[in-house]
Design a protein around this ligand. Sequence first.
Ligand SMILES: [Mg+2]
Length: 371
Amino acid sequence: MPQDLPSPGRCRLEHISAAAYTIPTDLPEADGTIAWDTTTLVVVHATADGVTGTGWTYGAAEIAPLVEHTLAPIACGRTAMDIPGAWLAMVRGLRNIGRPGLTAMALSAVDNALWDLKARLLRLPLHRLLGAVRDDVPVYGSGGFTTYNHHQLTDQLRGWLDLGVDAVKIKIGEDFGSNTSRDLDRVEQTLAVVGPDVQVFVDANGGYTTGQAVRVGHTLDVYGVTWFEEPVTSDDLPGLRTVREATRLDVAAGEYIDSLDTAHRMCAAGAVDCLQVDVTRCGGITELLRIAAVAAAHHLDISGHCSPYQHAPVLAAVPNLRHLEYFHDHARIEHTYFTGATAPRAGRLHVADTPGSGMTFDVERAAPFTT
Ligand SMILES: [Mg+2]
């Protein structure tokens, strides 16, 4: 190691903090099974040898005390260089309070902060520390909320086309699948706006029953839609497989994966054509890399779920990557409350060649939304 780089022994994790910010959306948003008008961002800072790394997740304000009271005391004092060691200690520390849900998000945000910190300590871009496959990541436009009117949907779709994306995704399954005629009208509108050279994806967020999803899927097949996300709840692995087998659509799920085991079960059940994974929920970068390997062993690509700028440098290091979701809500937050977020060009997010993730949280700008 060059003399001007810190030695591993000096790089003890000194401090880990977390704060939550509840940020209003620009318009009311809803998918097939939930509606919201705010999004809670939880930001973690980890410090060693005078350098700070940042990681984040989206969830609930309760994640912040989980980080500070439960995970920080476990990780602090360990070397910042050996992240899997800190990660394993944190996982073991969660045993009696449960791994899924908020704890997985807390673990993810800390792990992401530790990887950013290590990259900054070594003055390496994060994707180079992980071992880059590519310098930019293909993205697709995602939003198309069921709350949007005709004009709002058209405006959003045109905005994504200006970014050069070759695929867009809208929400269907409105109100637990109770309005399939409007779902299909909105798909037709989307096809008309984007034209024949852009793929149309749909996400029902588990809003349909299995039979209903198959019937809708047959119409989507005729329309030329290629991606059917969570046609039924992702807890129903046989139901997902049934939709896969009954349609030509690629069935996707995995955004709630919270561990290697849940990812393996979804792959082994033959439930998906492409495995989604979320680095802010699955257990962080450490676990995402292992999940990508499990998917590869099932001959599946992975697709990054939401939080585009937390994902981009990580997915740049994943060989079996299909694409990354450029989710309207999170893209807006990451452009507004962080510095370093550059817009996609020609449908790809370029990963910065600066130390760490290239993203810096703007504490003062977010301060009014502290929760
Ligand atoms: Mg989804």
